[in-house]
Write a protein that binds this ligand. Sequence first.
Ligand code: SF4
Length: 309
Amino acid sequence: METSTEGAARPDSSPVTAEAAGDDPVVVPGARAVPPASLSPSRASDFMQCPLLYRFRVIDRLPEKPSEAATRGTLVHAVLERLFDAPAAERTAPRAKALVPGQWDRLRESRPEVVELFADDPEGERLARWLAQAEALVERWFGLEDPSRLEPAERELFVEAELESGLRLRGIIDRVDVAPTGEVRIVDYKTGKAPRPEYAEGALFQMKFYALVVWRLKRVIPRRLQLVYLGSGDVLTYDPVLADLERVERKLLALWEAIRLATETGDWRPRPTKLCGWCDHQAHCPEFGGTPPPYPLPVRAVPTPGEGG
Ligand code: SF4
């Protein structure tokens, strides 16, 4: 079948990478497959987008090629995080942009596979353009927030909470601000563009997920959820209430039940959409004439309607 990425925004969910440890499973070639034990916003979004994509990423742990967009996102996040090491008055745009080359060096050391991105660029022209794009994204942030007036309580905070059902939720929050009055703001940076209003709910899912985790951990409902879109220069905010968190919890429990059933039965359906254009696994996907690898976990028969148990 034919799909096109025209009009489809590249998903801003992180691929499964070693760098995303904590939020996501780490790809270890040849490692024994184990059933999923926890849920992160990225992998929850994967399952909602396409159950087979979730299987490929979480159960089969198929490797994925680094992409320029995702790697630039990782680089920009690192720069914004490190800028807060400087005293408040020195958190300027020139200083932030000057951090880009050093953070790129660090990224190449920690994830050597990203070097492949520019293997066919001996003159370094494409790399120079790509670094300039990263600098432009960093610079745009200064029109949206003023880091000299912020003192984050946390940066790149790994959070994990267990629901009463036993489901473990985990993720990494880009920034947590706490006001002197104790009000909590959760902030996430996106290097892409803000979604159209009709898609804002999907974008907020990740933030409500984090709000639920914070609520479960600290019994505090974050006052504000804030998405900072560096690609388009937009800020999307939402002030959650208890009913939002209860709703997202119910949604996650239903999602987890569906994941548990698919894990046990091995029945992972492909769900083709325009986003298939961004999927690294078309060669294994029946929708594109491919065959999934042998299922690495034990399966039980799918119950048919009317069957007990
Ligand atoms: S190509 Fe599309 S349908 Fe197939 S696994 Fe990837 S996202 Fe799912």
